[in-house]
Design a protein around this ligand. Structure first.
Ligand SMILES: Cc1cc2nc3c(=O)[nH]c(=O)nc-3n(C[C@H](O)[C@H](O)[C@H](O)COP(=O)(O)OP(=O)(O)OC[C@H]3O[C@@H](n4cnc5c(N)ncnc54)[C@H](O)[C@@H]3O)c2cc1C
Length: 717
């Protein structure tokens, strides 16, 4: 958070949530809710002014100084640090990957554990459950205790737990007295510790052991020792035998000065037996931060030396814990209270938002440009009324008989007839960056531009790009930005087999990306228009609403990471499959929902078709977090402009303060399609949409006769 000017920081994340492992056994025991052990890295990174790339690192190319990602261009760096953790050993044994529940990655383990509990269903009061835990280290022992406790508390009548351990005593490396306490407490809870045996293979309901015996199980938990993850093993780096990268005491990778590695994924060559424990990862943090700044500023680096011992506390799941420090061990409720205090205090320091998404008081709001920042994407456009007024002042041009869709209509795309009689449909769209990942901005901009054409029912064929790079950018940086942006755009264009023919670049205050696209229509009558709504038709919206408020919140560090992730995957999803579904269902009128929000675009359709409509607010699909953020009072910068449409809407008093009403005005970046079909075609349309990748698609209302009072839209529910 505190670094000299001129250092740009990028965080590459496979998943936005980091789970604090120290509290996982407590979660398993039912002592903590999942959100209590989650650190949402995105709002934290925003507070550090860091760019966030939500895409797993696949490999590090240390020679070329770049992080390679799957399915998108690599991220170049001057200095990088790896902190990708570890995985569990032995998953390659026959049948283990398919049948065991590994504790790493922890976030997946937490979700799968929840699935297991639900799978027990209502019968659990009479069932007996056989648990087999593989691995007798700290994690395995804690899980054997806490999982048994949880199952008993959930009503499972009989829990039989066996812990299998390859070594000759559980808790290797810990004080012998701690292991004795664990064994005594385990014996009183019916946990059998079997040491000196290895699992050789696993089947769906039994494991085979090295002594020739087999053990039946209902849940097989895999908590064996840590080994390196694929990203480390697939990189050309110096590795020790477990697959961890070798580092020096400055935390630099051996032989690679501009690459650091910390936590579980690294082994210090001077202290190779340092346990793979969070305690060490956490202590390395400040050294890493100092050294990254120092190396970039050409200053000497600090040397890290691991502590020789640490306070180990094992949660036994019944409100007590056992612990050890300096070779002495202890137990009781007070030990658990101490662990709870330490863990909660630690994790709390990194939890910027509460589960509702509200910022905690300890984290001041981001100052300065966050609030003042104008939204990008389709939320950065001139208001509908401003545009209409300006267009109204322009003198009408002479009628061109070849124009099929022109300025007179309210459609986003235009169409004209060629001398040969073909109908060419064209459209242009441009928006400024709505997030700081240029690849995604380019991709979303292309998807968004193609949607304009899809909204007329036409498959786009060609595109021209226009890109403005920030004025102050140096040439090398500008080149990388253009490369990332256009690669993202190409991914979207290639997906739809659209040829990029050329384009134009310029400079602007911030990154702007747009495309002019064209395609051929079978004939003027085949075009889907916005003025073809008829009373009685059902209105379907294909993508959930809320990108405006989510991106606005993210600029200020107020969006939860999973919310941002959902919004990003929505804006890069093409509307091509949705158009096919709409066509197959006999869609009459169709438009794409972008910057003017649902109400702006629906209003245009209603006015052009001279009808009215009623909407059922309860059915409006919303992106995760959108309603929560609207409820908190957040509004995208363009929201107010869209609210001018309120005049034509009838909103019952009981719904006036509902965040669902606000959703109507939220400007959408690369939003979904809105179309009308006969009620008998609704079921098929929704099935096709779900199959095509739009599972949130929903019927949101129906078209009515025009109203005598002039109201365009009535909302209810
Ligand atoms: C059940 C259990 C209980 C534990 N309890 C304790 C305890 O009480 N005390 C203790 O000291 N230690 C404990 N540990 C060990 C502790 O979890 C680890 O030592 C610690 O998490 C290591 O921290 P880290 O930052 O290196 O890795 P992690 O905490 O694993 O963090 C790695 C991060 O990198 C991300 N990542 C992974 N791959 C990629 C990729 N390819 N691209 C981008 N991002 C990626 C992951 O999502 C994750 O957020 C426990 C472990 C387990 C399994």
């Amino acid at each position: 958070m505190k670094r000299p000017a001129g250092i740009r920081l990028t965080v590459v994340l496979d998943t936005p949530i980091a789970v604090y492992s120290g509290m996982v056994p407590g979660f398993i025991a039912g002592q903590y809710r999942a959100d209590e052990l989650e650190i949402d890295v995105v709002p934290l990174a925003r507070r550090a002014g860091a760019r966030v790339i939500l895409s797993a690192a696949a490999r590090v190319d240390a020679g070329a100084s770049r992080i390679e990602l799957d399915g998108r261009p690599p991220i170049p760096y001057d200095y990088a640090s790896l902190d990708v953790g570890s995985t569990v050993a032995g998953l390659d044994l026959p049948g283990v990957r398919d049948n065991a529940l590994p504790t790493r990655p922890i976030s997946r383990c937490v979700a799968r554990f929840d699935d297991f509990l639900s799978s027990l269903g209502p019968e659990r009061a009479v069932r007996s459950v056989r648990l087999v835990v593989v691995g007798g280290g700290v994690g395995g022992v804690e899980i054997a205790f806490t999982l048994g406790e949880r199952l008993r508390r959930q009503g499972v009548a009989h829990v039989e737990t066996t812990l299998l351990h390859e070594g000759d005593r559980i808790l290797p490396g810990a004080a012998a007295s701690l292991a004795r306490r664990a064994e005594e407490r385990g014996a009183s809870r019916g946990i059998e510790f079997r040491c000196g045996v290895r699992v050789v293979s696993a089947e769906p309901e039994r494991v085979h052991l090295s002594d020739g015996s087999a053990l039946p199980y209902d849940l097989l938990v895999w908590v064996t020792g840590a080994v390196g993850t694929r990203v480390i093993r697939d990189s050309d780096l110096p590795l020790e035998e477990r697959g961890f990268v070798e580092t020096r005491s400055t935390l630099q990778v051996v032989g690679v000065d501009n690459l650091f590695a910390v936590g579980d994924c690294a082994t210090l060559v001077d202290f190779p037996t340092t346990p793979k424990a969070g305690v060490y990862a956490v202590r390395q943090g400040p050294f890493l931060a100092d050294n990254l700044v120092a190396i970039a500023s050409r200053k000497p680096l600090r040397k890290y030396r691991p502590q020789s011992d640490f306070l180990a506390i094992l949660n036994l799941g019944d409100g007590t814990a056992i612990g050890s420090k300096w070779g002495r061990s202890f137990e009781g409720e007070w030990v658990m209270r101490l662990k709870d205090y330490i863990d909660r205090r630690f994790v709390h320091r990194f939890q910027v938002l509460d589960p509702r998404g509200a910022p905690k008081s300890e984290f001041p709001r981001m100052d300065g440009d966050g609030m003042a920042m104008l939204c990008g994407g389709c939320a950065a456009k001139v208001g509908q009324s401003v545009l209409e007024r300006a267009l109204g002042r322009i003198e009408r041009a002479a009628i061109d008989p070849d124009v099929v869709l022109g300025l007179e209509g309210a459609d986003d795309a235009s169409a004209y007839r060629t001398p040969a009689g073909d109908v060419v449909t064209t459209s242009v769209d441009l928006f400024s960056a709505f997030t700081d990942d240029p690849y995604l901005v380019g991709r979303a901009a292309a998807v968004n531009s193609l949607s304009d054409l899809l909204a007329t029912g036409v498959e786009p064929r060609h595109a021209l790009a226009i890109v403005a790079v920030p004025e102050e950018m140096e040439s090398e940086e500008a080149e990388e930005l253009l490369f990332q942006t256009l690669t993202g755009a190409r991914a979207a264009l290639d997906e739809m087999r659209v040829s990029l023919l050329g384009g134009h670049t310029t400079t602007a205050a911030k990154l702007m990306v747009g495309f002019s696209v064209d395609g051929f229509a079978a004939g003027p009558e085949s075009l889907l228009r916005i003025d073809a709504l008829e009373p009685g038709l059902s209105l379907i919206l294909t993508k959930p609403l809320g990108t405006g408020v989510v991106f606005f919140a993210d600029m200020q560090g107020l969006s939860r990471g999973p919310w941002l992730q959902a919004a990003l995957s929505s804006v890069v999803r093409s509307n091509a499959a949705a158009l096919r579904a709409a066509r197959a269902a006999g869609a009459r009128a169709l438009t794409d929902v972008t910057g003017f929000g649902l109400v702006g675009h629906l209003g245009e359709m209603l006015r052009a078709s001279r009808v009215s409509a009623e909407l059922d607010l309860a059915t409006l699909p919303a992106l995760p977090g959108a309603l929560e953020l609207l409820e908190l009072g957040l509004r995208s910068t363009f929201h107010g402009e869209n609210e001018h449409a309120r005049r034509g809407i009838l909103i019952p008093r009981s719904l006036a303060s509902s965040p669902r009403v606000e959703l109507l005005f939220d400007p959408q970046t690369s939003g979904g399609l809105l179309f009308a079909v006969h009620p008998s075609a609704v079921e098929r349309a929704l099935e096709d949409l779900t199959r095509g990748g739009d599972p949130s698609a929903a019927v949101i209302g129906r078209v009515l006769e025009p109203r005598a009072d002039g109201v365009l839209l009535a909302v209810g529910s």
